[in-house]
Design a binder for this molecule. Structure first.
Ligand code: PEP
Ligand code: MG
Length: 571
């Protein structure tokens, strides 16, 4: 039966495909049959995941030195469960005999063990079933962290629609190598990292659909309308035909935009505008070059550190940064230092915090881990020798953080000089304006830094006190709130006065509906996902800066968010 669900459109476009349910909820792992030739590989996948968890647990055990002895005992017990033939060996047998996928086989065996524990009279031993569940959960997480089990392309030519409760940035990055037609999730907001990665892949996505994972069946036909935020499950032939036509129209519009690739971005009255690209991993630079971006305005380096057991060392980071600098061939490449924390978790690094968005994240984390930070700074400096690099520091709130960062940068430079390694001695250092405290004390920033970049995603989150990943408050997340607009405007104006370049690299810069507003505020540098560049360029080419400036000045005096929205629509 056909039905429609409404959510938040976070990545434009229309997708038609078959549902593939991805679940991180343990007892709901998908069950599918593995092709005979892949059965051995499935067993290996299970074995490697078990080995990985065993190593992790052994590492935790070794590090648990002063922890209570129960912790040590539980870790030992978890390792023991992984060595129990009733669990892993029996799951392997299920894979081989029933050609089952690894996570399903493991959960089946876990359920058998849980039943046996439940029958035990001794309360303490009975409770041990929770430990079996926990350890299996760890293994399933590892298995699902690598979406190598996406179904192959179907004969009808339609792609896969990933249906999930939520996708971590690492999951979404994992889908980069697969032919995914669209994403739909129960939770999420427009600037959560899942949405950001979906946009960077130009894959339609609708989030905050609440219970979509429970109402969609595996393989069911689905339409994602990433423009209106609508998901149509099991559409009838008439609706399907209408969407086929709309999809073709969207694709035609996209192909027309391609003609703007080599057009220089300037307003109708001749104001030159730079349009730069946001990237997450070095290969994304190829996409940035493909749309002739004026450079990279934001390289989110934390993605190099994710989905792995250990951090990349200096040489590995150097190669990654150098490859981007070389791909961009003389165009500026702005590399942001590690912005870890909140929803961007690193294996073994981030600790559980009650309020991670207000916790030890971004520059705070780096200053607390100077050894790791110095390694990144050295790698960045070394890469600066091969092109035009700029270093960007995230989430600064006060001048002493800038001073401490600059001291560490000098130290990294001294270390390289000692090793007789060349680097750009005057590599520009800039700061992100993401915290209202920074936007209100700009003098401290313009005096010490060479450029500024406004991270509107976090600036909105911190100004309006709205967790950007919390779907319960997603409707309150408002880029056009007058308080937010005034902070952006002040930053642009303070930069112009001090002769310090200011760009916007948050999601607002990539929204064509905000382009005229930002031009009217005086912004001349935009950084966004490569997939959004041509559409924003089109909006800029149609804008008249001289006409917009007084209109925006008036709009900035309004206090009512609804009136601001109306005024922006009229621009
Ligand atoms: C921002 O906060 O606007 C930003 C660009 O950084 P991120 O989205 O990576 O937090
Ligand atoms: Mg940010």
């Amino acid at each position: 039966m056909s039905f429609t669900v409404h959510g938040l459109a976070v990545s434009q476009g229309i997708a038609i495909g078959h549902a593939h349910l991805v679940s991180h909820a343990l007892l709901e792992v998908a069950h599918f049959t593995v092709a005979p030739k892949h059965v051995e590989a499935e067993v290996t996948r299970l074995r490697s995941a078990v080995a990985k968890v065993k190593t992790e647990l052994a590492g935790l055990k070794a590090a648990s030195g002063s922890a209570p002895s129960e912790v040590d005992a539980f870790l030992g017990m978890h390792i023991m469960f992984l060595e129990d033939p009733m669990l892993v060996d029996a799951a392997e047998a299920l894979i081989l005999t029933r050609r089952a996928n690894a996570e399903w086989a493991l959960v089946q065996q876990m359920e058998l063990l849980v039943e046996q524990f439940e029958a035990i009279e001794d309360a303490y031993l009975r409770e041990r079933k929770a430990d079996v569940v926990q350890v299996v959960e760890r293994v399933v997480k590892v298995l699902l962290g690598h979406p190598g089990h996406l179904p192959p392309k179907r004969k009808d030519g339609l792609g896969t629609i990933v249906v999930a409760h939520d996708l971590s940035p690492t999951d979404t990055i994992g889908f980069k190598d697969h032919a995914v037609a669209g994403f739909i999730t129960d939770v999420g907001g427009p600037t959560g990292h899942t949405a950001i990665v979906a946009r960077s892949l130009s894959i339609p996505a609708v989030v905050a659909l609440r219970h979509i994972r429970h109402v969609v069946k595996d393989d069911e036909l689905i339409i994602i309308d990433g423009i209106r935020g609508v998901v149509i499950v099991d559409p009838d032939e008439r609706v399907l035909e209408e969407y086929r036509l709309r999809k073709a129209a969207v694709e035609l519009e996209r192909s027309k935009l391609k003609r703007l690739k080599s057009t220089r971005a300037a307003t109708l009255d001749g104001e030159e505008v730079q349009i730069l690209a946001n990237i997450e991993l070095p290969p994304d630079a190829i996409q940035a070059k493909g749309v002739e971006a004026d450079g990279v305005g934001l390289f989110r380096t934390e993605f190099l550190f994710m989905s792995r057991d250990s951090w990349p060392d200096e040489d590995e980071q150097f190669e990654a940064y150098k490859s981007v600098v070389k791909t961009m061939a003389g165009k500026p490449v702005t590399v942001r230092t590690l912005d870890v924390g909140a929803d961007k978790e690193l294996e073994g690094a981030t600790r559980a915090e009650d309020n991670p968005a207000l916790g030890l994240r971004a520059i705070r984390y780096c200053l607390a881990e100077p050894k790791m930070f110095l390694t990144q700074l050295r790698a960045l400096l070394r890469a600066s020798h091969f092109g035009r690099m700029k270093i960007l520091i995230p989430m600064l709130a006060s001048s002493n953080e800038i001073d401490q960062t600059l001291v560490l940068l000098e130290k990294a430079k001294a270390q390289l000089r000692e090793r007789k390694i060349k680097f750009d001695e005057s590599v520009p250092v800039g700061g992100m304006i993401e915290v209202p405290a920074a936007a209100l004390c700009l003098g401290a920033f313009t005096k010490r830094l060479q450029f500024l970049s406004i991270g509107t995603n976090d600036l909105i989150q911190y100004t309006l006190a709205i967790d950007r990943g919390n779907e319960a408050v997603a409707h309150l997340y408002n880029p056009l709130h007058p308080a937010v607009l005034r902070l952006i405007h002040q930053t642009i104006q303070a930069g112009a006065k001090a002769g310090v370049d200011v760009s916007v690299c948050g999601e607002m810069a990539g929204d064509p509906d905000c382009a005229r507003l930002l031009i009217g505020m005086g912004l001349r540098q935009f950084s966004m996902h490569p997939a959004q560049i041509l559409e924003v360029k089109q909006a800029i080419l149609r804008a008249d800066a001289a006409d917009l400036t007084p209109k925006v000045q008036r709009l900035l005096k309004l206090d009512d968010p609804d009136r601001v929205r109306e005024a922006v629509e009229k621009l």
